[in-house]
Design a protein around this ligand. Structure first.
Ligand code: ADP
Length: 614
């Protein structure tokens, strides 16, 4: 059997993706490897294909026991003998798996790092040929990342306990230099072949929105994505609760996930999401690592994340099977204050010295600044992300919110001075800072009762911007807040000037604002990835029928729908409309075993559909 036969017969794919073949060849040539590939890049196949070609077993070390069951089910459905060994199994079940390993029943076994210290397991591993140890989410070994898992530090010792050292293959999507060096050093890799593939995910459409109010914006985004699965990330547990409750009250099938919930509830909610019983997940960043649900059609950030790296990872959980997907970030200047607050209370890491902790904090602030720039830029968003990872790219991608918007640049220095001095004068007049909305009304010359009664209409800045539209004035004030010239208190909403404001008022600093064109009434909105997908889909009606069948089969077998076929596979099936087993095998993602198992049911639906339209 060759690597190509394995790829075709078990996974149903005709060609390797970027980086996969190099890594597989490395492993088959008995070299340690380190693969750095974006989420959805196809890391699993890099160790699953060699596992089928090497003698004995492959151990996969993965941090999350809650996902192992589905991973193993996915392999079994494809005809690969696999098992997992973790604390969710009873002692008797664990013992049985060990006996089966000894009997040579599996090619791939998933374990959590803590298992490596288990005596029975170690003895079993000493008895059989362990050809390959694949370390998934290898960045968990580094204390510099968010996901540090002390158990990962034991892997190198475990390898030395084995009679023959297996090939070690480490994989991660997190690519900073420090983390990469930590992986090589702490896993004690032997001159590993390192492959870093591109970071671009062409099927993802990035967008930043700065809505006046986030909740209605979120609801409007979700309303156009009914029947789709998606993740909504919030910065805090409180926000998760609030957003999830509101969505449920509006009738959306949402569930939640954060570190404050019991293990039991987290597990249940995660399953509801994976099995599409609750296709919308509202979560903090505690959710997602290792989730390989391939049909996530959108990832929305309700708050700004703390770094571009984190954003890229989280947003990257959309569209893993290559289908078009949206990554939308809802930004508000108040996110910055919340983020700073979070960073100023870091959780203690006893493994780092005080100096190292300080250094970590400095880095975190720098990362936050870079994230803020992403939210504020009017340049290509994909380009911004690729720049961050040092990857060359075209100036525009023509497939992100910014490339699709005609921004206009306007010199608003004069208006900015009027706004800023109004902020100052209103505060001096009343003795406390006032909110942005009121500043806007003063500048527009409103006859509002409150303005007249408090004498704000006597300010020299009163009605100074009455020739402008209300929307533009409010946009300019927001822009000054984004620029950091005014700071708005998170509790009472009062606006005050910052040192940047002084430079604008008294220095030479010009303010060039970039605005989106004000919406023209009756004009249709740009197409999102989502609507493009349905417009361009081969045959929407057939796709729906195939989706229903998949759902029914998934229920019967008790597996998540994407374990049977990915959306991409269904989409290819709807386009190719196979009428025979041979044609069915031609669909991307259909291997021998899945074809044998499912061809009859799917071909029947396709046949009936074709007869009905002929
Ligand atoms: P990662 O672990 O890197 O995030 P996965 O291994 O889960 O990514 O793969 C993401 C998706 O891409 C899966 O649905 C997988 O089946 C698919 N995939 C992987 N390799 C290929 C390939 N060579 N051709 C087509 N699809 C592939």
């Amino acid at each position: 059997m060759s690597k190509y036969t394995v790829l075709r017969d078990y996974f149903g794919y005709t060609a390797f993706r970027e980086g996969q073949e190099k890594l597989i060849d490395g492993i088959l040539g008995y070299s340690d490897v380190l693969g750095i590939m974006p989420t959805g890049g196809g890391k699993s196949i890099c160790y699953q294909v060699p596992a089928m070609l090497l003698p004995g077993i492959t151990l996969v070390i993965s941090p999350l026991i809650s996902l192992m069951k589905d991973q193993v089910m996915g392999l079994k459905t494809a005809g690969i003998p696999a098992a997992y060994l973790n604390s969710s199994l009873s002692a008797a079940q664990q013992h049985r798996v060990c006996q089966n390993i000894l009997a040579g029943a599996y090619k791939i076994v998933y374990v959590a790092p803590e298992r490596l210290e288990n005596f029975e397991f170690l003895n079993v591993c000493r008895e059989v040929t362990v050809s390959l140890v694949a370390v998934d989410e290898a960045h968990c070994i580094s204390q510099w990342g968010q996901d540090f898992r002390p158990g990962y530090l034991k892997i190198a010792d475990f390898l030395e306990e084995l009679p023959r050292r297996p090939v070690v293959a480490a994989f991660t999507a997190t690519a900073t230099d420090v983390v990469r060096q930590d992986i090589v050093r702490l896993l004690r890799l032997w001159e590993p072949l390192q492959v870093i593939t591109g970071f671009d995910r062409p099927n993802l459409r990035y967008e930043v929105r700065i809505p006046k109010s986030k909740m209605p914006e979120l609801i409007s985004i979700l309303s156009t994505r009914k029947n789709k699965s998606g993740i909504i990330y919030c910065m805090t547990r409180g926000n998760v609760e609030k957003v999830c409750e509101k969505l449920q009250a509006e009738g959306f099938p949402a569930t939640r996930y954060h570190a404050g919930l019991s293990d039991e509830e987290r597990r249940e909610n995660q399953e509801d999401f994976l099995y599409d019983r609750s296709p919308i997940m509202v979560a903090t960043n505690a959710f997602g690592m290792g989730i390989d649900k391939s049909n996530v059609a959108y990832v929305i950030h309700y708050n700004m994340p703390l770094s571009v790296e984190a954003y890229y990872q989280e947003a990257g959980r959309a569209g893993r099977d290559g289908s078009p997907a949206d990554c939308i970030l809802l930004y508000a200047p108040s996110d910055l204050y919340k983020a700073k607050d979070l960073l100023s209370h870091p959780s203690e890491n006893h493994l780092l010295s005080e100096a190292e902790q300080e250094e970590n904090l400095r880095r975190n602030y720098r990362r936050l600044d870079e994230m803020l720039d992403y939210c504020r830029t009017t340049d290509c968003l994909r380009g911004y992300i690729l720049d961050y990872f040092g990857q060359p790219h075209a100036e525009r991608c023509d497939h992100c919110g910014n490339c699709e918007t005609n921004y206009t640049s306007t010199d608003i220095t004069v208006e900015a001075k009027k706004i800023l001095s109004c902020v100052k004068r209103a505060e001096d007049h009343l003795g406390y800072p006032v909110g942005k909305a009121l500043i806007g009304r003063i500048l527009l010359g409103s006859r509002d009762k409150r303005i007249i009664e408090t004498g704000l209409d006597k300010l020299t800045t009163y009605s100074l911007l009455q020739d402008q539209s209300r929307a533009r004035v409010s946009e300019m004030i927001d822009y000054l807040e984004m620029l950091g010239a005014i700071s708005v208190d998170g509790n009472h909403g009062g606006a005050t000037l910052t040192p940047i404001a002084r430079e604008i008022l008294f220095g030479e600093q010009k303010v060039i604002a970039t605005f989106k064109p004000l919406p023209e009434k009756g004009k249709k909105k740009k197409q999102s990835a989502e609507s493009k997908e349905s417009a361009g889909a081969s045959d929407e009606a057939l796709y729906e029928l195939l989706r229903n069948l998949r759902m029914q089969l998934a229920k019967e077998e008790g597996v998540p729908a994407y374990v049977i076929f990915s959306n991409q596979t269904l989409s290819d099936m709807a386009a190719k409309k196979p009428r025979s087993l041979l044609e069915f095998l031609d669909v991307s993602g259909v291997g021998q075993i899945k074809a044998q198992k499912y061809s009859e049911a799917f071909l029947e639906v396709i046949e009936a559909y074709l007869n009905s339209v002929e």
